[in-house]
Design a protein around this ligand. Structure first.
Ligand SMILES: [Mn+2]
Length: 380
């Protein structure tokens, strides 16, 4: 059976106040094309379909459009689970009716494991969708005495293993943070204060485990335990990642062959470093000048409206950092003692904090002259 494993679509996400909806539409169209060209039989989305529990209308429209194209036009089965960003009940609206059309959405946790059974030439494959649930929800909804994510996951997967038995090939779809895998800056923590990870051995007993939550595509050790990663870069900490979807071929015995199919973003997300002058020069010739950028300016002197200047060549600079100014020594709030020392010593101190260097004689003379002029202006 040929499976396409994806996760963390985060439809409706805003990044530095910019809507990524067109970027999301762009990669989702590629996913539809991959499904068609590679003869995929089932598409999995392992949670975080939407970015928020109440998604914007345009995000719902986009999901509706993609579901229609995959289901009605490509004729594939779809299995979607709620992640920690999704509103489980809202996502699950109409799910029982949609299931008849091959669109299997699992919002809230179900009282009993309920697999989606798909057939290939070698017999049935049981897909077990396990939507994200807080340990407290597992306690209250299922009456299981569990504390923390590890115990909750152990209890849930034990029930699924018991339900499936040994004879049938099986795939688990889950949204969790497995020990030893790498996070980046765009995942929302699953627990505040407690342990949010679960050990990999909780997830044993399946031929393939399609994971969501972590945004970098990755596998550790056993290749059947994988994160497909998000469909786009959702933070600048991901600037070196290559986003992809995971094509999984499950053979008659349940062994997996894996291929990562890259996604090409409409605009990449990059980090640029350099002086303003160099970056302006480079930007005029940069074929990817529309990319979303974090710029680290290395200039050590004051610049009037650096963002405005950069945006004349790089229109989508989203964030600007001035490390050369910020890293210089410890910052001290001006206390009363220092305020009494007078303006010139205060400026000398400020200059050293901001630039890491002492104000030289010419600089000192210039500031003194400027201060004098300002005071004269005050008096007249
Ligand atoms: Mn996510």
């Amino acid at each position: 059976m040929r499976i396409l494993h994806t996760s963390d679509w985060h439809l409706g996400r805003q990044f530095h106040h910019v809507s990524l909806l067109e970027d999301q539409r762009h990669v989702l169209e590629q996913i539809v094309a991959i499904v068609r060209e590679r003869c995929v039989e089932v598409v999995l989305v392992a949670g975080d379909i939407y970015d928020r529990s109440v998604p914007p209308a345009e995000a719902v429209q986009l999901l509706d459009e993609v579901v229609h194209r995959l289901s009605a036009e490509c004729g594939v089965a779809l299995i979607l689970i709620a992640g920690n960003h999704d509103g489980a009940e809202r996502l699950g609206f109409g799910a029982r009716q949609l299931a008849r059309a091959g669109v299997h959405i699992r919002g809230p946790l179900e009282p009993e494991p309920e697999p989606v059974i798909l057939q290939d030439a070698h017999g049935p494959v049981a897909f077990y969708p396990l939507p994200y649930a807080e340990p407290a929800t597992v306690r209250s909804e299922l009456g299981l005495e569990v504390q923390g994510h590890e115990q909750a996951m152990r209890a849930l997967t034990a029930r699924i293993r018991a339900h499936n038995g040994d004879s049938r090939r099986s795939v688990l779809i889950a949204h969790c943070f497995v020990d030893g895998f790498a996070a980046c800056e765009s995942e929302r923590p699953l627990s505040i204060g407690g342990v949010e990870t679960v050990p990999a051995d909780c997830l044993e007993g399946f031929d393939y485990v399609a994971l969501g939550h972590l945004h970098g595509p990755q596998a550790r050790g056993a290749k059947h335990l994988r994160y497909s990663g998000s469909i786009l870069k959702y933070s600048f900490s991901e600037d070196n990642q290559r986003k992809s979807v995971t094509l999984v071929d499950l053979d008659a015995q349940g062994a997996c062959t894996i291929e990562q199919v890259p996604l090409r973003p409409r605009r990449d997300l990059r980090v640029l470093e350099g002086t303003l002058e160099d970056l302006l020069e480079q930007g005029r010739r940069d074929p990817a000048a529309q990319d979303y950028l974090l710029v680290r300016l290395q200039d050590r002197h004051a610049i009037l409206d650096p963002m405005g200047k950069l945006r004349t060549v790089y229109p989508n600079v989203l964030h600007l950092e001035r490390p050369a100014l910020a890293q210089a020594g410890e910052r001290r709030a001006p206390d009363r003692e220092r305020l009494r020392e007078g303006e010139l010593p205060m400026f000398r101190d400020f200059f050293r904090q901001m630039s890491g260097e002492a104000l030289d004689e010419a600089g000192e003379a210039a500031v003194a002259a400027l201060l004098e002029r300002l005071h004269r202006g005050e008096q007249s």
